[in-house]
Design a protein around this ligand. Structure first.
Ligand SMILES: C[S@@+](CC[C@H](N)C(=O)[O-])C[C@H]1O[C@@H](n2cnc3c(N)ncnc32)[C@H](O)[C@@H]1O
Length: 220
């Protein structure tokens, strides 16, 4: 099926609350476990940029897994960031997670500053995926480490609906709809590989790691 883009930012109050309170423990812990496995020697004692951090569950899991890291979480949706700030304080991590409101590609961040850039589930929101690939070059150090996880688009809308039923059957309707739209808006591994080649990022590895997830990782 063709890609069906979805709205870029997630700032609707009901959508923010449903997303912030959904149980993403399995895929989000998978993100951390895969990162550890693919970068076994990294001790992460640097500032880490999390692009499209949303309500910050991945950011907090990362900060907990790497207690010497300082996280900079960026999102273009102020309501998402308000929820992230509240949850960071609740988890007593607000001193190590700094939230920055900004919409890629125009972020108020120092150029080529970050040694590590992560993001989860941002790519499929972007109308133009090169916004992300260009941002890596703009904000990461020339030899920085990169770890990205995202959804991949199934072959048909029927298969997208089957994935929603398999993984989100017990979730509120608004989350099920968001998940369906996200699957339809995601890129295929083949499309992503073409993007990486065009962006001169062929050094990054692309791997399919579940029936709905890909990771892209390596050093710039
Ligand atoms: C599906 S959520 C993922 C949130 C978080 N990374 C997670 O895994 O739970 C995608 C987030 O990216 C944000 N976003 C989308 N496009 C963006 C852009 N151009 N600049 C900054 N944030 C963006 C949305 O507002 C939303 O909070």
């Amino acid at each position: 099926m063709q890609r069906i883009p979805e709205p870029e930012l997630m700032n609707e109050p009901a959508q923010v609350l449903a997303y912030a309170h959904a149980d993403f423990a399995i895929p989000h812990q998978y993100f951390i476990d895969l990162f550890r496995d693919r970068f076994p020697d990294l001790s992460v004692k640097c500032e880490v940029l999390d692009l499209g951090c949303g309500p910050g569950d991945i950011t907090r899991r990362f900060a907990t897994a790497y207690p010497h890291a300082v996280l900079h979480g960026v999102d273009g949706a102020p309501n998402m960031l308000a929820e992230a700030e509240r949850l960071n304080r609740q988890a007593q991590l607000a001193n190590r997670i700094h939230l920055i409101e900004g919409r890629l590609p125009q972020l108020d961040l120092p150029p080529q500053h970050y040694q590590l850039v992560i993001n989860n589930s941002l790519l499929h929101h972007l109308p133009d995926p090169f916004v992300l690939w260009d941002s890596l070059r703009r904000y990461a150090k020339p030899c920085a480490d990169i770890f990205i996880m995202d959804l991949m688009r199934p072959a048909s809308t029927v298969m997208a609906q089957q994935l929603v039923e398999k993984y989100a059957a017990g979730e509120p309707a608004i989350l099920q709809q968001d998940f369906y739209h996200s699957l339809c808006a995601a890129f295929t591994p083949e499309e992503l590989q073409v993007q990486l080649d065009e962006a001169a990022l062929s050094g990054l590895q692309l791997e399919v790691v579940s029936d709905r997830h890909i990771i892209i990782y390596g050093s710039l």
